[in-house]
Design a protein around this ligand. Structure first.
Ligand code: PLP
Length: 471
């Protein structure tokens, strides 16, 4: 592709994306294709000869679009959001355009230094403790996902607990990690990968609000110590995936400090709320944490993927993950004056993700980000009031921020039918969980362009469907 062709095709691509975003509400939110349908529409062999960009773009419209679930639709209320914004898209495009691989400071100093600067900004923006600043003994790094961030925390904790011997000798099956029964499934996957083993990840019971019981944590730690095991890692959740429960981090943190256990705080979606001073209490106790993570790619308008991971002691992380082959040696690294983020993550290579985050923060400013977060929380709280007013429904858990868990009182089958029929209609998309063993509907308000009229329409559709399904 010549520069002129690139310019022309690039304009066509941006036009397509702009048009897509303008008409996104016209598509069924949940893709309506059946398994294998998209595959069957694609040629079984790669083209022998190059094709025109026009032809490729035409196929995006006809072959790909039907198989898209529209995460950026304002009627998307499923899971947790993976919201996006125009500045984030452009920042991501610039990252592709520059095409740098920022494994070392030397392989693109701006890739490292912009990341450090933006992650320091976020410490202040979210009122996180200063020990996470790059100017302290700690610091922040961008990872692909919260799963990877938590894995890195688990690995660093494992090494700190075994005096950095496990990397060399392998696991001794004595290390025990703790989280609540409501923690994200990535904890289990990470325990498997880190060689801790799922049997050695204790799932601590929760209270009636689905938050970890610190007394149960203490009791389990004591029991494990008496059995000759080594408690080494606790993950507290600030906003669980099922119900947005907020674990009592101050009490959990005190236990970890007394017991010399690494405390990791997973605030994957809800951390973004701390942009607003009125929601900052969700971060109470984070000053006791050894590490903390949240995903701008969930609720902070930054196109997937972008996770921020902070540690209080960067040496523990670096000592855990560093390996220096001859071909990566360079003067900047050896001078000790630079950060090489390859030592802060599992992969060697890394994309220039800081660009999209920088674009987002500069485009919105702190006030703009706060405005949108407040709007989402306020719409979710409206939703709570509508549920309270309709005695066919009940709330299933507290709704501290932008996730509402509720159910029709008619039982599991009725709730399943309401959800399936509405999702099949394409008018909105929402998902479920199980709380106290009961099928529970979840509405998460966090899509960038969701307005009150979308939330109102969603509630109207749920009420109509309830009348049809339950009478
Ligand atoms: N932690 C929590 C609380 C989550 O809700 C999620 C995803 O929803 C994750 C971790 C995993 O996120 P990621 O996809 O970034 O690994």
């Amino acid at each position: 592709m010549t520069p002129e062709e690139f310019r022309k095709n690039g304009h066509a691509m941006i036009d397509w994306i702009a048009d897509y975003r303008a008409r996104v509400e016209s598509f069924p939110v949940l893709s309506q294709v059946t398994p294998g349908e998209i595959m069957r529409s694609l040629p079984t062999q790669a083209p022998a000869h190059g094709e025109s960009f026009d032809a490729i773009l035409r196929d995006v419209e006809t072959l790909i679009l039907p198989g898209i679930t529209h995460w950026q639709s304002p009627n998307f209320f499923a899971y947790f959001p993976s919201n996006s914004s125009e500045p984030a898209i452009l920042g991501d495009l610039l990252s592709s355009g520059l095409g740098v691989q920022g494994m070392l400071w030397a392989t693109s100093p701006a890739c490292t230094e912009l990341e450090t600067r933006v992650l320091d900004w976020l410490v202040a923006m979210l009122a996180l403790p200063n020990k996470f600043l790059s100017t302290s003994a700690g610091g922040g790094v961008i990872q692909d996902t919260a799963s990877s961030a938590t894995l890195c925390a688990l690995l660093a904790a494992r090494e700190r607990a075994t005096n950095y011997a496990t990397n060399q000798q392998g696991c001794d099956r004595k290390l025990v990690a703790y989280t609540s029964t409501q923690a994200h499934s990535s904890l289990q996957k990470d325990a498997q990968i880190a060689g801790i083993g799922r049997d050695n990840l204790r799932l601590i019971e929760v209270d009636e609000d689905f938050a970890m019981r610190p007394a149960a944590l203490s009791a389990q730690i004591e029991k494990d110590r008496r059995a000759g095991l080594t408690p080494f890692f606790v993950c507290a959740s600030v906003g669980t995936t099922s119900s947005n429960a907020i674990d009592p981090v101050p009490a959990i943190g005190r236990i970890c400090r007394e017991q010399n256990i690494w405390l990791h705080v997973d605030a994957a979606m809800s951390g973004t709320a701390a942009l607003c001073p009125e929601f900052r209490s969700i971060h109470d106790g984070v000053e006791l944490a050894d590490s903390y993570t949240f995903n701008p790619h969930k609720w902070m308008f930054t196109t997937f993927d972008c996770n921020c991971f902070y540690v209080a002691d960067r040496n523990a992380l670096i000592q855990t993950l560093t390996i220096l082959p001859e071909y990566l040696r360079n003067q900047a690294t050896e001078s000790g004056a630079v950060i090489d983020y390859r030592d802060w993550q599992v992969p060697l290579g890394r994309r220039f993700r800081a660009l999209k985050l920088w674009f987002v923060i500069r485009h919105y400013g702190i006030e703009g980000l706060q405005f949108h977060v407040r709007k989402h929380v306020s719409m979710a709280q409206e939703f709570v009031s509508w549920i309270r007013e309709d005695d066919r429904f009940e709330l299933a858990a507290p709704a501290p921020l932008n996730l509402v868990c509720f159910r029709h009182k008619g039982g599991d089958a009725v709730n399943q039918t309401i959800m399936d029929n509405l999702n099949r209609s394409g008018d909105l998309y929402f998902t479920h969980t199980k709380l106290d063993g009961k099928f529970t509907l979840r509405m998460c308000v966090g899509q960038t362009h969701t307005e009150l009229r979308h939330a109102e329409q969603a509630w109207r559709r749920i009420q109509e469907e309830a009348s049809r399904s339950a009478g």
